[in-house]
Design a protein around this ligand. Structure first.
Ligand SMILES: Cc1cc2nc3c(=O)[nH]c(=O)nc-3n(C[C@H](O)[C@H](O)[C@H](O)COP(=O)(O)OP(=O)(O)OC[C@H]3O[C@@H](n4cnc5c(N)ncnc54)[C@H](O)[C@@H]3O)c2cc1C
Length: 568
């Protein structure tokens, strides 16, 4: 079976839906969206706290200020031309969503409300209570209904991207619901498949965040950039890892140690609980390691985020989801008790290497959202900049991909039949009787070593251990046993494919982290505690090879701000 669509969108999160709408505005184009889950179950629905944009230039905010906050937050590893484009485009997306019907929370005077977020020097996060992502997804979904030229493929796992002579040809797809394996030919592809935080056990991310799109692009020859930079969010709920949004601190919540002291005083006396996430995550780990934390289950020691002083009315109005989560999962009401939290893997600053338009080095492939590294977030993303990025580059990539599809007459020719057979074999050839490894055991081992050695603080020897372990686990991949022999909703097989993706990426993460002998943003090496601009103000590019990543470096674009020391 072979299907054709002009523009293929891989992923139905905020970035994918925004891209699909933009492409579908051209009635001559036939657009398709593929998602391995039902469309609205993408991780984007979990976004809680807000979306950053300059909405009040008349009251003191400015594009330059948003750009500067982002650059400083990124520890100067971002490309500053990308940052400028981002801050210019973000307010337009907020207004567009408003016109499409999103119920933004508002101020008493009727203007769109904005709350404080870490590392931003102005109240800049536009929000809809603490369910911002849910309402953004809902609004994009509603808008998508206007376009009859979009086909949805829900619960379809995209297994690979087909490229020949550096030109995009198509994708291979396994339909989970009916077991079919088929090829989809396209003129342009937008990869919007999200991040890969599930290589860590303690994470705020959905089980589906397994980096499939990054891994399949990487294996198909596209380089990945800056993947050693993984963000740890300071307030993952212990023990589940569910996110307690930064808005909890934006609304005025305190971080407390076991001496009931607001310890951020020592680490960032000006910004306190609203310092950037990398700084707070390190502060929490230091408090815990020096004995000022609370003892948690399975080694998950923690500190407290305390909302009690905000009063019930503010918590009910602004943080209803946080209260619900704390009550349902921990049986505590934040109106009356502090919440146990610790740093949790939360965001991939790195991803598939792309230029300022989201274009990758392969003709016909764009990336948008968390899968991409443009580079906007450098070494540390500021909270609320990600959903904004998804909207901005969803639009840009959608427009660019549509432009190519309109210009191009015929569909590019496909690779040989044999290549497809080989891919089908890679997916379904796992039913061999002699396989012995369990996908779940392999994933557990990977997560254990990543949590232990590649988290908030890293060291050379620890990273060596992690690299050795990841390589060992990669050896086990061909022997992963799939007990379920059916093709329909075979979650056993799906897990095996996902773990393969996570392992390929984990190897690039660890290799990049080991090579980078400095500390910058979220990458904190105990053995190299200083930032080193002379040797390391550069992006890491990792190229896939069967024996491990080949690493090279490219310069960072500095257009306005030279690096200075970060103080908050
Ligand atoms: C709990 C939580 C709260 C957050 N809060 C905020 C916030 O307040 N503000 C903010 O700016 N950011 C926030 N973030 C980050 C932000 O939400 C994400 O970075 C962003 O939503 C990612 O969107 P995306 O469109 O790139 O991908 P996702 O929403 O992750 O969607 C990925 C899509 O790709 C599909 N897919 C993946 N692999 C395959 C495959 N192999 N085949 C087919 N389909 C595939 C999935 O089905 C899904 O549709 C939060 C993140 C989390 C986890």
């Amino acid at each position: 079976m072979s299907i054709k669509h002009d523009v293929i969108v891989l992923g139905s999160g905020i970035a994918g839906l925004r891209a699909a709408i933009e492409a579908a505005r051209n009635p001559d184009l036939d657009v398709a969206i593929f998602s391995k889950v039902q469309l609205m179950r993408s991780h984007s629905v979990c976004a809680e706290g807000g979306t950053a944009a300059v909405m009040q230039p008349d009251e003191g905010d400015s594009l330059e200020l948003h750009a500067w906050d982002t650059v400083r937050g990124a520890d100067f590893l971002c490309d500053q031309d990308v940052v400028m484009r981002f801050v210019e485009e973000a307010p337009k997306e907020i207004l567009l969503l408003e016109h499409w019907g999103i119920p933004w929370s508002r101020r008493p005077d009727g203007r769109i409300a904005q709350r404080p977020f870490g590392g931003h020097t102005y109240n800049r996060a536009v929000f809809a209570a603490d369910k911002t992502g849910f309402f953004e997804m809902q609004t994009l979904y509603d808008t998508l209904q206007k376009y009859s030229n979009v086909t949805r493929y829900d619960e379809c796992y995209v297994a690979s991207v087909l490229i020949k002579d550096n030109v995009f040809r198509g994708i291979t797809v396994w339909s989970l619901a009916d077991g079919d394996f088929f090829l989809v030919q396209g003129k342009a592809l937008i990869i919007a498949s999200g991040g890969a935080c599930r290589m860590f056990a303690f994470t705020t991310y959905s089980l589906t965040a397994t980096g499939d799109g990054i891994a399949m692009a990487y294996r198909a020859g596209l380089p990945v950039k800056d993947v050693e930079f993984v963000q740890f969010h300071p307030t993952g709920l212990v023990p589940s890892g569910i996110l307690i949004t930064e808005a909890a601190r934006g609304e005025g919540g305190y971080l407390l140690n076991n001496e009931n002291s607001r310890f951020m005083e020592k680490y960032a006396s000006a910004k306190m609980e609203l310092a950037p996430r990398d700084i707070i995550a390190r502060a929490e780990m230091t408090e815990i390691e020096e004995g000022r934390g609370f003892t948690g289950p399975d080694g998950l020691d923690y500190v407290h985020v305390d909302l009690r002083h905000l009063g019930p009315a503010r918590i009910y109005e602004r943080l209803p989801l946080i209260r619900e989560v704390a009550m349902r999962f921990n049986f505590i009401d934040p109106v009356e008790e502090p919440i146990p939290v610790r740093p949790a893997a939360h965001y991939f600053m790195g991803g598939v290497h792309a230029d300022i338009d989201g274009a990758t080095p392969v003709e016909g492939i764009w990336v948008a959202g968390e899968v991409a590294c443009l580079s906007l977030h450098g070494a540390n993303r500021l909270g609320s900049n990600s959903t904004a990025e998804c909207l901005v580059w969803g639009r840009i990539a959608g427009q660019q991909a549509a432009g190519r599809a309109l210009k191009q007459g015929a569909f590019p020719t496909l690779p040989e039949e044999a290549a497809l057979k080989e891919e089908e074999l890679r997916v379904f050839g796992r039913f061999g009787a002699d396989a012995t490894e369990s996908a779940f055991a392999v994933r557990r081992e990977l997560q254990k070593v990543m949590d232990a050695e590649v988290a908030v603080y890293r060291t050379g020897p620890g990273l060596e251990t992690a690299l050795k372990k990841v390589k060992e686990l990669k050896q086990a991949v061909p022997a992963i046993r799939v007990k379920d022999r059916g093709r329909v909703y075979n979650t056993d097989l799906l897990s095996a494919l996902e773990i393969e993706n996570l392992l390929d990426l984990a190897e690039a993460v660890v290799a990049g982290a080991l090579a980078r002998t400095e500390s910058r943003g979220a990458h904190a090496r105990r053995d190299f505690p200083q930032r080193d601009d002379v040797n390391w103000l550069k992006h890491t590019l990792a190229h896939y090879t069967p024996t491990g990543p080949r690493i090279e470096y490219i310069p960072v674009k500095v257009t306005a701000w030279e690096p200075i020391e970060r103080k908050y």
